[in-house]
Design a protein around this ligand. Structure first.
Ligand SMILES: [Zn+2]
Length: 295
């Protein structure tokens, strides 16, 4: 009995030992599993942070170029929700910006880029290319003045505007359009003056390209032409579709080219040189663009 009993207790102790050992193993395995799960979660979080940071960096590169020299527009955009169509109804983005003062200027630029909010105005010709020259007036000069006036009006309304040239410089047409493409501009409007052998021809003509954006470009051209005619009382000439127009055909956004008058017409040339008339044209172009962007 003793022997049996002793044997029984030995077996019992062995079982207890094994049970205790198994408990330890289960406990260790559980701890290891928890550690593995935590590490996996941490790695995943880190990975998503890296992806987010990379995406942000990529946006910075795009937005960075837009923000250059455009501090006024950015300042206007901040807290100007009612006139800024880009930001309208964009509560999330605004909420993100609140409390993120360091990067506010960048964020506004990013938003504009992300939503394609930049308006690109192209004062035709420049530098060695004067455009048409009539009665000592160079087309490139009138184009620049009208574009600058248009930009001011739009900026006052809270839009972000970029000119393809700020002064009297020559820049290749394709390069101008390409930079608008890179900026992911909302619209591209090229401003030119016309000339004709028939001295009495006058008025406004707008051109748009024929491509996969034809419909929106036509709409933009229509709205601008109508608004400029209304503002100036000038003769309304045709709206022309042209599939070989470089300025508007390389663009990846709705675009058009407006010929705001004939320098070959003495009377119209005189008007085109006056501040008052240039301002009327500019307000018409601005109205047309704003009308298109608010469609
Ligand atoms: Zn021209």
């Amino acid at each position: 009995m003793y022997a049996e009993s002793s044997h029984y207790y030995q077996a019992q102790r062995k079982k207890d030992r094994i049970r205790g050992y198994l408990k330890k193993v289960v406990w260790v395995v559980t701890v290891i599993c928890i550690i593995i799960v935590c590490m996996a979660a941490a790695v995943q979080t880190k990975a998503s942070q890296v992806v987010a940071a990379e995406a942000e960096a990529a946006q910075d590169v795009t937005a960075g170029t837009e923000s250059v020299g455009d501090g006024d527009a950015d300042a206007e955009n901040a807290g100007d929700g009612d006139t800024d169509t880009e930001n309208a109804g964009d509560g999330d983005a605004d909420a993100e910006n609140a409390g993120d003062e360091d990067t506010d200027a960048e964020d506004t630029g990013e938003e504009a880029a992300a939503e394609g909010g930049v308006i690109v105005l192209d004062p035709g010709h420049g530098g060695r290319d004067g455009g048409c020259v009539c009665g000592g007036v160079l087309e490139k000069d009138i184009n620049l003045k009208i574009a600058q006036r248009t930009a001011l009006i739009l900026q006052e309304q809270g839009y972000q505007v970029v000119l393809t040239r700020e002064g009297d410089e020559w820049i290749d047409k394709a390069e101008r359009v390409e930079s608008a493409n890179e900026r992911k501009a909302a619209v591209y409007v090229s401003i030119h003056q016309n000339s004709c052998e028939l001295a009495d021809v006058s008025g406004i003509e707008t051109w748009y390209g024929e491509n996969d954006l034809t419909e929106s470009s036509q709409k933009l051209a229509q709205l601008i032409e109508k608004a400029v005619v209304r503002a100036t009382d000038a003769n309304e000439r045709e709206l022309v579709a042209d599939d070989e127009l470089c300025v508007v055909n390389r663009s990846r956004m709705p675009s058009c080219l407006i010929e705001t008058g004939f320098l070959s017409n003495k009377e119209e040339r005189k008007k085109l040189c006056s501040d008052e008339y240039q301002e009327k044209i500019a307000s018409g172009i601005a109205q047309g663009i704003a009308a298109y962007l608010n469609l």
